[in-house]
Design a protein around this ligand. Sequence first.
Ligand code: SF4
Length: 204
Amino acid sequence: MSAPFRNPAVEAFVSSFGPEKVLAQVLIQRLEIGFELRNVADRNVSQLRIVPVPGLRSLAQVTEAGDFRPLKSAPTLQKGWRAHATTAAELELALNSLYPGAIADWFAVRNSRAHVTNYREFTNRQTGMYRITQMLTDAQASQTISCCCDATFCLKRRCWTVESLMPDAEQEKSEIPCLEPCALLMESARKTVRLEQADKTGQK
Ligand code: SF4
């Protein structure tokens, strides 16, 4: 019988911490068998509903108020639950449900294998409705990025930049890297250009 596949990214992640680790809003604690996950804000809460690992994907879809979460790295992860991942593979599934791609990106950055795509490189290859995002000046792009990627909206650490804007510091956000502009950032940049154009033509 062949040995089960072991994901090197997950293995490295699991070896990177001791009894516990906080990843964005998730507290991961080692148990005798496996790991327990919960919202870090629930660290000292004893009455939490148990969510099976496969149920974390739907939990991450909505806020406590039931609103859709278009950005899984937004600091709006529900509280009041805990999940038990019995193996590293289950931990991978759990974290991929809460923060899709986070462990793979974390591993790539750690091994200096991550490809970071800065704003200009990313927007220069856009076609269709997002092509106009190339028109933002560095100052406008900087302002849009600073607003959209602020820690109050997103806990991913932005590794990419535009001229004159520093990448995010890990301690201000989390260890989850952001390697290129996301769809929400692009939509925000597109709207900024549209508003600029409307201002210039005097439209509302
Ligand atoms: S582009 Fe900004 S808002 Fe989007 S995931 Fe990256 S850091 Fe978060």
